[in-house]
Design a protein around this ligand. Structure first.
Ligand SMILES: [Zn+2]
Ligand SMILES: [Zn+2]
Length: 300
């Protein structure tokens, strides 16, 4: 019998249950739908992809500290652990990709790679152990140390739920609406803009770990099983060009070939244009010669 992480399981069930309320028309509003997409952009694309992954984990570019911290706070609102723990787990994934010590290898099956590793306790994956080994640089930053040590990474995302609810309720009530209308509108914002947004971003990120090592094509003959997946490339904002990423982890640009659209890279390009992103790592020239270039498509 697997040993579940009970607190994580509780959060998983809570967010999925509230997100499922989106199927009931009472919880619908277009403002909620707008918040869903805005939230995916802010917490998923900017927070996780650009902030946690390409900046904090791989240092694919540099930016002013205030912006780095802002991206890290946005990523924290995605309720996917603290920046330090997330980074440590991901660095370990690159270190042992598709080996026994990989935190989420599909070697143990799709379900394990997708969400089993999130919910089930496994021996040497305790936060302190993994952070000490892989993310001590982040713990030197007082903000990341604070988020890790004080469970603020849990408080913050749920504080957003409360703020959104109160703002939604207040907007209707102050406009002269009834308590019922205010409650309905505020609930729609929480269901669509908070719970569903968190669940969608969870599965997008987890799909990179599962689908990104199982199905798709390979541009480079890396020692791991990483794949480029059109589906994950689209839903996870460019993170699905995962074989390219394993071949060249420090590059801030994951789409290497025409047609490999990388939305997160476009955000970094925008930051470069604004003068906010510097020392940007681009794909290594002649990367194909480092690995045997794989011409054949494994599957689509
Ligand atoms: Zn990977
Ligand atoms: Zn990575």
């Amino acid at each position: 019998m697997p040993k579940f992480k009970l607190e994580t399981l509780a959060g998983f069930v809570l967010c999925h249950s509230v997100a499922l309320l989106a199927f009931f028309p009472w919880f619908f509003s277009w403002t909620g739908v707008f918040l869903l997409f805005l939230g995916i952009l802010l917490t998923g694309v900017l927070g996780l992809n650009v902030g946690f992954h390409r900046l904090l984990t791989h240092r694919g570019f540099t930016c002013p500290l205030w912006l780095e911290h802002m991206l890290a706070i946005l990523g924290t609102c995605a309720l996917q652990l603290s920046p330090a723990y997330w980074v440590a787990i991901h660095r370990r994934h690159h270190h042992y990709a598709d080996e026994d010590k990989d935190p989420h290898s599909p070697l143990k099956g799709f379900l394990w790679a997708h969400l089993g590793w999130v919910l089930v306790r496994s021996g040497d994956m305790k936060a302190k152990t993994v952070i000490d080994r892989y993310a001590r640089d982040l713990m030197r930053d007082p903000l990341y140390a604070w988020l890790e040590r004080n469970y603020m990474w849990i408080v913050l995302p749920f504080a957003v739920w409360a703020v959104v609810f109160v703002a939604g309720y207040g907007a209707i009530a102050l406009g002269g609406g009834s308590a019922h209308d205010a409650l309905q509108f505020a609930s729609s914002l929480v269901v669509w803009g908070c719970a569903l947004r968190i669940v969608v971003v969870w599965h997008n990120t987890w799909a990179v770990n599962s689908i990104g090592h199982l199905w798709g094509y390979r541009n480079y003959d890396t020692p791991d099983d990483s794949r480029n997946s059109l589906l994950v490339g689209i839903i996870a904002g460019g993170e699905g060009w995962h074989n390219n990423h394993h071949a060249d982890p420090n590059s801030a640009k994951h789409g290497h070939r025409p047609g490999e659209f990388d939305f997160s890279w476009e955000m970094i390009r925008l930051m470069m244009w604004l003068g906010l992103a510097t020392n940007v790592s681009l794909p290594t020239p002649n990367l194909g010669s480092k690995f045997k270039t794989v011409a054949k498509t494994v599957s689509t």
